[in-house]
Design a binder for this molecule. Structure first.
Ligand SMILES: [Zn+2]
Length: 332
């Protein structure tokens, strides 16, 4: 027996959950839910690798790195590993690719699910950010009626509401929490990002490695900076120039920053040791006078409205102005 490697950052809960399972108690289907960018897909692939490693191990999680299963997984050629992302349609591009299919079809998937294991072990299906059409869901239900013992299906989603109840009820749900800051730093430095940059990005990423990476993308960082300056200018009743963020396609990211700042500002009014999402702006937020609860309620409502109309073709400066009016000190 050996201890296998399982190179996943964070996800202590899911890790403990699977470590307590054995091949006999493993279910045929899992639904990994949680916010975007917290490592659901990475965990799913690592779990798949673990299940396909043929060397006996102490725990369900981990792999030896040198058996035939590991060699094939590492090379992306394992015939019993099916990786797919995105929308599952039926009837389109039927019989499309196996490993590298970026637009999987449900019919293809159902056929693959019914096949025997090539290597004689498990067959593992990872459907990342799965978005089932009704037809695709119905086709999958056929699989759930009599799932073959050797198949393990892992579906990941950051939008639980979009997973149909009929599918959801047949999967074992595993919730993934937001990442802690040091965990995001770890994820980023593993990708070769300098520790200082990783630490800064992690401090503004609200627990999502994806958001941290987007921030390191110069554009996102600039959008956030512009939205932060605009927020404080507007809250102080000064000249607020939204040109740096209220544009397409940065409008939604800018509003996200504004919402985070507004929530942190409100949270500071609750007193005590408040953990902030926009930690780097704590001093400025603390210097901002608190408002009446009704004023804060109006502000959150305005941000909610802005988020809704941001998805329409309303001009971005008008969207920003809607929030600015609720953000300005009373009487301006
Ligand atoms: Zn192995």
């Amino acid at each position: 027996m050996i201890e296998g490697a399982f190179d996943v950052v964070g996800a202590a809960g899911p890790r403990a959950f699977f470590e307590h399972l054995t091949p006999a108690t493993l279910s045929h289907g899992y639904l990994f839910s949680g916010p975007q960018g917290v490592g659901k897909k990475h965990f799913a692939k690592a779990l798949a690798h673990s299940l396909l490693c043929v060397t006996p191990k102490r725990s369900l999680l981990g792999w030896c790195g040198h058996c035939s299963g590991c060699t094939h997984v590492a090379a992306g050629t394992h015939p019993d590993l099916y990786l797919a992302e995105g929308q599952l349609k039926i009837g389109e591009r039927d019989g499309s690719g196996f490993h590298d299919s970026d637009e999987p079809t449900a019919r293809d998937l159902v056929r693959q699910l019914s096949m025997h294991s090539y290597a004689g072990g498990k067959r593992v299906f990872v459907l990342g950010d799965a978005d089932f059409t009704r037809e695709a869901a119905n086709a999958l239900l056929k699989f759930f009626e009599e799932p073959p013992a050797h198949v393990v299906l892992i579906v990941t989603t950051s939008a639980l509401g979009r997973v149909m109840p009929t599918i959801r009820s047949r999967l074992v749900e595993v919730a993934f929490p937001l990442l802690h800051e040091p965990e995001i730093v770890e994820v980023l430095t593993r990708r070769g990002i300098a520790r200082d940059d990783a630490a800064h990005a992690a401090s503004v990423a609200n627990g999502s490695a994806t958001r941290a990476l987007a921030f390191l993308d110069e554009g996102e960082g600039a959008t956030r900076d512009a939205a932060v300056e605009w927020f404080f200018a507007a809250a102080e009743g000064g000249e607020a120039d939204a040109a740096g963020w209220a544009t397409r396609p940065t409008l939604e990211a800018g509003l996200e920053t504004v919402k985070t700042l507004a929530r942190d500002w409100i949270a500071l009014g609750l007193g005590g040791e408040v953990p902030l999402l926009a930690r780097d702006q704590r001093a400025r937020l603390e210097a901002l006078p608190q408002r009446e609860p009704q004023a804060f309620a109006r502000l959150l409502a305005a941000i909610g409205d802005a988020e809704r109309i941001a998805r329409t073709n309303v001009s971005p400066p008008l969207v920003a102005d809607l929030v600015r009016m609720a953000l300005a000190p009373t009487g301006r």
